[in-house]
Design a protein around this ligand. Sequence first.
Ligand SMILES: [Zn+2]
Length: 472
Amino acid sequence: MHRLELRSLALAAAFCVTCAPLPPQRAVATLTTSDITIGLTSDPAIHAVIRDISAERIRATDSALVSFGTRHTMSDTLSAARGIGAARRYLFAKLSGYSNACGGCLRVEYDPAMLQMRGHPDRPLVNVVNVLAWLPGRDTSRVLVMGGHYDSCICARTDLGPLARFEATQDAPGADDDGSGTAAVVELARVFSERFPRGLETSVIFVAYAGEEQGLYGSTHLAQQLHAAGYKIVSAFTDDIVGNVVAEDGTVDSTSVRIFGAEPDNGPSRELARYAWAAGTIYNPAFQIVPVFRLDRISRGGDHSPFVGLGDPGLRFTERLENYKRQHLPTDDFAHVNFGYVANVARLNASVIGTLANAPAPPVALARRDQASGGARWMLTWRPSPGAASYEVLFRRTTAPTYEKIYQAGAGTSFLLPDQLDDGWAAVRAVGANGHRSLTSAVPPPCPILTTRADSVAAGDLIRNCIRPPAR
Ligand SMILES: [Zn+2]
């Protein structure tokens, strides 16, 4: 040991023999590890939205989607009765009907893109068309994206060979994958437009994606378009495969759902997973949330991924038990979807959307060692968030799945953290006058994704203490 360190240890020991014990500093609220609600509050207006969600309506939408025979991205677009064209016109009409009922509060539109199908021997150009319903918020620069994919496939038909995923004429019911998620999104558009015809604080886009089964074409296009147009993505959710409750071996689970939140542990998707875990537990405690701390199931993908890849917070919602004998096959039929279960997933979505879309933007936070305290403490500072009435600082051990302490930080923009940040993660969030909390911004944050000089300028001093992923 270095001599100086020995000397300072001796001094400290001598000092502590004579000093009175320091009073322990306590957090305003210390949470137990089993309390995963992280101080989010319950709002009667959100309970009302959740009560409105109807399993019967979700069932009717899924039934209509299945009736189009196939919704393959390359299937017929002209028929009124069969193929993806008929399916998207049905979705457009249904969402337009909700808009008419709320005085035009939803902006319903097609989002088309001519895209080349990779992996197809002819590389055909295909018109990949998402259907969007915008519910504009008071701040139209920030958007929540709530999606499911309406295209279907029978790509797992091994007898069709390597071109199975381009088979666009035979029946591909896709009742669970992803008629269930699309029907949930349509129902969410209905209940939010009825309850909030003048919008929430933040805009919400309800999306039915196409081209998912060939490689996330529709969601990749939308994510890029929203970024290019300068929108700030508050969250990007996909409900994908949310209606099966019986596994291949006969195991049944209709009481829990998985949410997939990508790395890193201090990144926006993980913070969003903690937020969704909390909000869902508050509003529907009987429906258990099983957070999975990875981007998606192993070797599988979903429509949240293109957003996550651009640095946005994204989550995937998927049934607890999948049945691979009923995915990407003609057996993915209407009879095997449990609509009471799908409605519970939609209620979970609604609790997160209602809370997050009514909250201010998260503050951009920084941490630096406090030299005055000998470097053991950390000073957290943040830029003010528009609409924030106050701020809270949260803390957890690195091994804790969610936050364990909450400190009230008042209306200021700095806080001296009593905990040793080297051993944990802290986060800052904004509290609106309505009591809704923003997403947490972890400190230190992951380093931002910088692709342009403008990105670098915007990131500013965030770069100073951000954490880079290890080089690969
Ligand atoms: Zn899917």
